[in-house]
Design a protein around this ligand. Sequence first.
Ligand code: ZN
Length: 325
Amino acid sequence: MARRPRELDEDDVRSRANPRGTRPRSKQRPAHEDAVDAFVVAVDRGRYLVLAGDTEVTAMRARELGRKSIVVGDRVGVVGTIDDSPDALVRIVRLDERDTVLRRTADDNDEHERVIVANADQLVIVSALADPEPSFGLIDRCLVAALAAGIEPVLCLTKSDLASPQLVTERYAALDLPAVTTHRGGSLDALRDLLIGHVSVLVGHSGVGKSTLINALVPSADRATGVVSAIGKGRHTSSSAVALRLPDDAGWVIDTPGVRSFGLAHVGPDDLLWAFPDLEDGANLCLPGCEHLSTEVGCRLDAWVADGHSTPERLAAFRQLLVSR
Ligand code: ZN
C-alpha cells in the first residue's frame, strides 16, 4: 500500500512564503477565542475549502490539531483573514464534535475504511430503474451504512420513464422509506422538498444519472468543482467528496464521486438487521450466537421466510451482506 503523504500544516506554507525564516515565530499561540465558525466543503491534499459566513476560503490545519482527520461536512473554527485574497492564511484551529460519520469502503487503492463525510443527516441512494438495472446489493449496503450511522436513508429512483418503481418499492416496503422518482426532463420538486433543510449525501453507481441530478439541483455545481480543483493546484482527486449549497440556502448536497459504496466493517451482524426489519423477528427465534448463514447450522430464517414473513430474495441479500461486509 502506498504511504499517504503527510498532511500539510501552516508551517509548510510559512516556510515557502518566507524561505529565510526571517520572520520571528511566536511561541505563544493565542487561545483562539476569536475563531470563526466554518463548514468544510472540500478537501484536497491537506488543503481545506471552508465556508465562513458567506466567504469561501482555503485553509490549512493548525498544527495543534494533531493528526485528527478533517472531512467534508465538518464544522470547524478558523482564524486568519477571511477574505478572497490568494495569500490569505487561514488556519483551522478547532474541530467540532460530529453528529454522524460515513466511511467509504476499503478498495484496491486503500485497504482501510476512512471517514469521508461528517454531519450528514440524510443519505440519498440514487438508483436507476433501468439501464442500468437497480443494484439491490448497493442499495442494501447503503441502507445499512446510513441506519448504522444514524442517517435517514431516502431512495431516489431515476429513469422512471423506462420502468416502473414497483419492484424496488415493494422490496423495501418493510423499511417505510421516503422514495421519489425522477426522469429526464421531469420535475425535481419532490426531490427538492426532501432536501430542504438537510445535509444530504448522494450516492449511486455511474450511469444512474446522479451527476445530472446534482447539476440540476445546484446550477453552480460546475463552478464550485472548479474552485476545488484550484485549491489542489492540479488534478482534482475524483474520489473526494464535495459539499454543494442548494439555491436559496435550502440545504446542502454532498456528492461522493468515485465512492463506490460505504463501509460496513464497523457494523455488527445484528445491526445489519436494521435494514431488514422483515427478518428481524425471525432472527430473534434463532439460538443465541446464530450467524444466520444457513439452515444447516440451525438458523430459523429459512423457516421464517417459508412462512411468508419475507422473501427468499431478501434473505439471500441479508446473507450476502453478512459475508461481504
Ligand atoms: Zn439465524
